[in-house]
Design a protein around this ligand. Sequence first.
Ligand code: NAD
Ligand code: TYD
Length: 360
Amino acid sequence: MSETILITGGAGFIGSELVRQTLGRGDGTRVVVLDKLTYAGNRANLEAVEQDPEQAARFTFVHGDIADPEVVGPLMAGATAVVNVAAETHVDRSILDPEAFLRTGVIGVHVLLEAVKVEHQRAGRGERGPVRFLQVSTDEVYGDIEAPQRSVETDGLAPRSPYAAAKASSELLVRAYHITYGLDLVMTRGSNTYGPHQHPEKLIPLFTTNALDGKPLPMYGDGMQIRDWLHVSDHAAGIAFVLRNGVAGEAYNVAGEHLLPNREVIGQLLAATGRDWSLVRTVPDRPGHDRRYAMDGSKLAALGWRPRVAFETGLPETVAWYRDNPAWIASAKTGDWDAYYARQYGDRLAAGQAVDTTPS
Ligand code: NAD
Ligand code: TYD
């Protein structure tokens, strides 16, 4: 029997790439997306599959909340696998308004796991086949990692922002449901992801779209914070790989293997947009800003998976995508965008200063 994968949050950045890759395999797999269409969800991200008659025939979109058991129950009953990509995802918004992060990351994940439990019990009675659940998590659950350390999957969780705390809470629930009820659950911890269709609130699309418009680029603090960059096609492929090959109850780092300080990312981005450092402003830092994320990707490498896209090609391609898609950018910068931007950056940019780029 062919698979039916429920992908929650499938109208977002990484979720929509997972949908495109899954349907693009052309192996008969059906995909159901459950998405609340928050400010970050965008039906336009799914246009490619909805406009392809063969893929569209294997695709269903449901507008709803993972925290709503009435919606989740019937969808879970028809699924052979579930990937929970849905979350509130921006650290700065979690600092301004944490509640939505907990509603989706704690209550939402609890509702999904309860529904998996019901299906697992039905499978035990021979009423259906097995169901596997994958929780998409992040390197931010490990907290701030001092050089030269790299986080391994057995390290403790030490989240430091409301976003990361909500993601760690989701993971703890998943772990508890695996141990207590024997459910088939796996987790991925991806690193900072970039590529087409990412909401412009995040560093790379924000700086790209501002640079294209000739607007200031607000660099937090000294810009020497380190992130490990992973292309969205690799992140989605890593998730699909763990869904197929991961051991129940285990978490897997999906590392980009490309650690860079923000200043280096910004320098490459300025080159790709044809701008210079005069656009960049050093602005008051994010509170509790983690200095460094770094994961060891060897657990997944031992199973045969590695990222493929080099940052040096992935970044200019991403910049080109934003340059070529002004209508998509305009649609993403609607809703509360102007109010959010003023709240997050108004005072910061007013206090911003030119960046000293003389080599130290
Ligand atoms: P995104 O913000 O682009 O998309 C999130 C999607 O989830 C949106 O379509 C939104 O409408 C939907 N959603 C939010 N709350 C929902 C709810 N209660 N019910 C149903 N749908 C809901 O996020 P993204 O960047 O694609 O991240 C996807 C996942 O990957 C998240 O779990 C995130 O924590 C994780 N992650 C992201 C990164 C990154 O750098 N972007 C890195 C590591 C892990
Ligand atoms: P972000 O894309 O928000 O991802 P995360 O906080 O999950 O790592 O930010 C990436 C890095 O860029 C992080 O160190 C914060 C920094 N940053 C800025 O300097 N200015 C900005 O306006 C944003 C959004 C991020």
